[in-house]
Every structure is written in C-alpha cells, then in structure tokens.
Ligand binder design. Structure first.
Ligand code: HEC
Length: 127
C-alpha cells in the first residue's frame, strides 16, 4: 500500500518536472523569437539593402565599391576601422564631406548588417 502511494506521488513530481521543462523551453523559444524579430533582417530586406548598397552607396563609392567620390569600401580598406565608427558614419554621415546621413532610411541594426557585408566583400552572388 505504502509503496503504491509513493509511486503515485513520484509520478506527480515527474509530471510537474516535465511540465516545467516544456514551459522553460517554450519560454526560451519565445525569447529567442523576440530577439530575432528585434535585430534579425528578413531575406527580402537583405536583398533591398544589397540593392541600396550597389545603387545608392555605389553612386559615390563605385558600383563595385572600389571608390569614386566616396572612399573605397572594400574589405581591405576597412581593416583597423572599428564597427562603431563605420556604423556611425553610415547613420550620421560625415560632416564637411559628401557622406550623407542614412538614419532616415536605415536602422542601426541594418547599418551594422551593411558593415558586416562590406567586411565580407560583395560578391556577384549577392545582387
Ligand atoms: C553623396 C556621396 C555618398 C553616398 C551616396 C554615400 N557615401 Fe559613404 N562616403 C562618402 C564620402 C565622400 C566618404 C568619405 C568621408 C571622409 O572623407 O571621411 C564616405 C565614407 C563612408 C564610410 C567610411 C569609410 C571609411 O573608410 O572610414 C562608410 C562606411 C560609408 N561611406 C558607407 C556608405 C554607405 C553604406 C552608403 C549607402 C547607404 C554610402 N556610404 C553612401 C560619400 C557618399
């Protein structure tokens, strides 16, 4: 009799533990979903940003970003320049130069993503 009783309560504890575990995983998924939605950039937006980079940025920096009116933005040109500086330049422009601010067009996360692309280098696969 005793044995049966404790067996039941063991099962109860186990069930509760499983429920808490599932709840935790659910919460974690929810949290990572929210974080992704916050900083993640959708594939469509990424395509738009690459287009912007080639067309709008390219009008000064050159279609292949080798430089023109604007300085070259090839990976080798950015070595040693901190992300914050480059992101800040994109968002706020550079006073007394032709580099305009893009705050209105780009979020900080998008500017940071563009800097990442510049560091990797644009390839023909990216349109
Ligand atoms: C109207 C011309 C123009 C356009 C359009 C333009 N830039 Fe620039 N950009 C410049 C110039 C000029 C500089 C160099 C400023 C200086 O002398 O410090 C510059 C500098 C930069 C730098 C800093 C490079 C370094 O080596 O410090 C980054 C990064 C940059 N631009 C990114 C962009 C991006 C991304 C876009 C498009 C969203 C863009 N630019 C559009 C003219 C332009």
């Amino acid at each position: 009799m005793r044995g049966r009783c404790s067996n039941y309560s063991m099962r109860g504890i186990l069930n509760t533990a499983v429920m808490i575990y599932v709840g935790l995983i659910g919460g974690q998924l929810l949290i990572s979903g929210v974080v992704l939605a916050d900083t993640g950039i959708s594939p469509q937006r990424q395509a738009q940003l690459i287009h912007l980079l080639r067309q709008d940025c390219g009008s000064c920096h050159g279609m292949t970003l080798k430089g023109g009116l604007g300085s070259p933005l090839l990976p080798g040109n950015l070595i040693g320049k901190p992300d914050e500086l480059l992101v800040d330049t994109i968002l706020n422009g550079r006073p007394d130069t032709a580099m305009p601010p893009w705050r209105g067009e780009l979020s900080p996360a998008e500017a940071a993503w563009l800097v990442e692309q510049l560091r990797e280098g644009l390839t023909d696969a990216k349109h």
